[in-house]
Design a protein around this ligand. Sequence first.
Ligand code: ZN
Length: 182
Amino acid sequence: MMLHGRLLTNVMKNKMKLSHAMCNYCGNGEETILHAMRDCPKAKVLWRCFKPMNHSAQFYTVDIFQWININLYNTIQWQGKGSWCDVWALSCHCLWSWRNKEMFEDEFVRPVYPAQHVLQMVEDYKGATTTNDIVTLKNQQISLIGWRPPKDMFVRLNTDGAYKEQVVVAVEDCYGEAKENG
Ligand SMILES: [Zn+2]
């Protein structure tokens, strides 16, 4: 969504005549996507904790396309916690969600230790993808499928297997009846 400019920042809302374009939190400038994600002092608090590796000179100077590019394809481990691309992507996710919660939820308070919060998400993400890999590996079996035409005078109904319980009963009934009647 960042890459496609789909985050509803104040700049975008301003184009739709729905809001002013300035950042609600710092007033330092217009709230572009890059401002909300990287340049706003609120975002910098988080980025400072991570001290992005290898590209610290570029990190705050490149445009949004380069910024996404240099971070999303950086798979180097960050202090043994996870790939930098995961840390970066989850940081962006948190920054945007915290920004929205601050705007729409009166009670919301940002985590006191934002970096720890992100790193915990990275840990959970790693755990979930590892479990998923194991499950996928265990359940993997190859079955060749194909479509066969029905016999003469029959109509074949193919579905994708998605169903609601009530509907399935009806389908089974119809099928049973059709079979009974030959
Ligand atoms: Zn700001």
